[in-house]
Design a protein around this ligand. Structure first.
Ligand SMILES: *Cc1c(COP(=O)(O)O)cnc(C)c1O
Length: 395
């Protein structure tokens, strides 16, 4: 059994704060700061450029990728780190598109994160492809023989709705297309099984449920059947078969390392590597069971005690990721009032109160406190104070 009391203790959780926003930015594992500082002091400062070899900076993107592989149902040597998720989406979709010459349709859904849709639209415009966006429940019905790439985010960032990865991938394959999965709200939140679902490509970020810190690098995975066939569109020198030969012409590295682009963010990867230590004793079935326990308790608590909100997430936990949304006409002000009382969730336009339940550090006390504060704020209307109606740059 996974010891979630021990995993919770591994994090710095500021006193007085109930943190239900790990789906946007995970909190800091205590030892991450020490490890990053030690890397700067002992490696960067002392080794200077020799650190690329002596401290293993050069192989870090693959080594850290191997640690993430276990959490997403992938194999060793199949995942590599680098860049931001938006860049990784571009790489995965462009590579998938090139593996289906003669086809030009990319299909996605309106619940996808805007950045993924912007990236796909930009790519489609550049190469003469077409992006089709349908409602999440209409995806299966729109998979046809025109399709080149099905590009979906498994767990909807607003509603928490979880797509059936295995079934939609199989439908895409039956139509002769490839499936690219964004795991931004899945990795570290639910029991992802990429190989079991027979997915083609996957990408995800590491600053949400994987707690790598703001701007932590993203990951990319390709099924082994594609890893040596995929032609990267972003042909950077670190993805070259022999970067230090400084050849004039490009030859992709074997396997997933061709998806490296430029110099890796070593300090950020070191913090992420430390953050991944917390996962060492965690079993994915336990993670999933804990996530469902927390989100079910929250839904029942809110529906029993909080007037004026409606559930915006699937009621069936099997169809949900690890977050819960409730709608309220003044969701922004309500969330500001909640944050002022030490319960941090977030607001997603236009009217969604969003709460993420991170099994590694959230517990039933967090759930009870969040329900209690939300009920009090909604009952006496204190969210309607002027200060709660002001909007900051980041919401
Ligand atoms: C969080 C998130 C992103 C963010 O992309 P970055 O390039 O890391 O800023 C992209 N896509 C999805 C689905 C997300 O949830």
């Amino acid at each position: 059994m996974t010891d979630f009391t021990a995993t919770r203790r591994a994090f710095h959780l500021p006193p007085g704060i109930t943190y239900l926003d790990g789906n946007s930015l995970g909190p800091m594992p205590r030892h991450a700061a020490d490890r990053a500082a030690a890397m700067m002091r002992d490696e960067w400062a002392e080794m200077l450029i020799t650190g690329w070899n002596r401290a293993g900076w050069y192989v870090q993107p693959r080594r850290v990728g191997d640690r993430i592989a276990r959490l997403i149902g992938a194999g060793e040597g199949q995942v590599v780190m680098g860049d931001t998720l938006s860049v990784k989406v571009f790489q995965a979709v462009s590579a998938a598109l090139r593996l289906r010459p003669g086809r030009r349709v990319i299909l996605s859904d309106s619940g996808n994160f805007p950045s993924d849709l912007y990236v796909a639209q930009g790519l489609a415009d550049a190469v003469g492809a077409e992006l089709r966006v349908v409602a999440p429940e209409d995806v299966a019905a729109n998979i046809d023989s025109d399709l080149a790439v099905l590009m979906l985010t498994e767990v909807d960032y607003r509603t928490g709705r979880r797509h059936d990865m295995a079934a939609l991938t199989a439908a895409a394959h039956d139509a002769g297309a490839l499936a690219v999965w964004d795991l931004a709200h899945s990795a570290g939140a639910v029991d992802v099984d990429l190989l079991g679902a027979d997915a083609d490509f996957a990408v995800g970020c590491t600053y949400k449920y994987l707690n790598g810190g703001p701007g932590a690098p993203a990951f990319i995975w390709a099924h082994p059947r594609h890893a040596d066939a995929a032609q990267p569109c972003l042909q950077g020198w670190m993805g070259h078969a022999a970067p230090f030969a400084f050849d004039q012409s490009y030859a992709p590295a074997p396997g997933i390392e061709r998806m490296r682009v430029g110099t890796p963010p070593v300090i950020a990867l070191t913090a992420l590597d430390a953050a991944l230590d917390v996962w060492d004793g965690v079993a994915l079935p336990d993670l999933r069971a804990r996530s469902i326990e927390l989100s079910e308790a929250f839904i029942h608590g809110v529906e029993a005690a909080c007037p004026g909100v409606t559930l915006h997430s699937p009621r069936d936990p099997a169809r949900r990721g690890s977050q819960v949304g409730f709608r309220h006409p003044h969701a922004h002000a309500v969330m500001q009032a909640l944050i002022a009382e030490g319960v941090i969730g977030d607001f997603r336009a236009p009217d969604v109160l969003r709460f993420g339940f991170a099994p590694l550090y959230n517990d039933l006390d967090d759930v009870a406190r969040a329900v209690d504060r939300l009920a009090a704020i909604l009952r006496d209307g204190r969210w309607d104070r002027p200060e709660f109606h002001q909007r900051a740059d980041v919401t």
